[in-house]
Design a protein around this ligand. Structure first.
Ligand SMILES: [Ca+2]
Ligand SMILES: [Ca+2]
Length: 221
């Protein structure tokens, strides 16, 4: 009887540990409607951080996006590298169209030490950022408290047109643009040899813990 109680306690303790670890790996977010772009087969989706949750820095958003999988496609921060791709977003999403994201992280940043405000902006794909998508007056590297603007968000203008803005990479409070509270995720097919996502690492970790707990329980019986 003592061994059985011990075995059950061990299994429950391992499962509880795995659940806690998984919850720390995967931030709670609200996912919107995904729309496929027929030009490239990619899915696009706005993902929001719920009110009260810590904001995501650009680096955190970049890492988090790669943990997302939808319809078998792998996520990453969106890279709107052509005028037609930006036009697709504007034709299919708006602030009033089901997302609360007035501004969302995009997959571009400025290389540190570059000429301000427009020098050496790069998409996470490695491609240079062209000039067509910047909003009027942007990028402007609007420095407050000695903090430069070196990361890109897509910001809505009058609920109808999304344009690029340079913003601080580590927002600490939600401003009226929801800066740091949303990200635009782009999903695409990846090869079978792709690195597992954090979702998948979490599942593997859970399986390892369950196997370890079973082995431990068997040894105790
Ligand atoms: Ca800058
Ligand atoms: Ca700016």
């Amino acid at each position: 009887m003592t061994k059985r109680i011990s075995r059950q306690f061990g299994l429950r303790a391992c499962l509880a540990t795995a659940t806690v670890l998984l919850s720390t790996l995967l931030p709670a977010t609200v996912r919107g409607q995904a729309v496929v772009n027929p030009a490239n087969g990619h899915l696009y989706e706005f993902v929001a951080v719920p009110t009260g949750q810590p904001l995501l820095s650009w680096s955190e958003a970049t890492a988090y996006a790669t943990t997302l999988v939808r319809n078998g496609l792998r996520g990453r921060l969106a890279t709107l590298e052509s005028e037609s791709e930006l036009a697709f977003i504007n034709a299919n999403f708006s602030v009033s169209g089901g997302t609360a994201c007035e501004a969302a992280w995009l997959g571009a940043s400025q290389v540190a030490g570059s000429a301000e405000p427009s020098g050496n902006w790069r998409w996470i794909s490695g491609q240079s950022v062209a000039t067509f998508g910047w909003d009027s007056g942007e990028p402007n590297n609007f420095v407050q408290d000695n903090i430069p603007e070196n990361c890109m968000v897509g910001r809505w203008n009058g609920d109808s047109t999304l344009a690029w803005h340079d913003m601080t990479c580590n927002p600490t409070t939600v401003d009226d643009d929801d800066h740091g509270a949303c990200l635009l995720v782009e999903y695409e097919a990846v090869g079978a040899a792709a690195i597992p996502t954090l979702d998948e690492y979490g599942i593997v970790l859970l399986l390892v813990l369950m196997a370890a707990s079973a082995a431990w329980a068997l040894r105790r019986s």
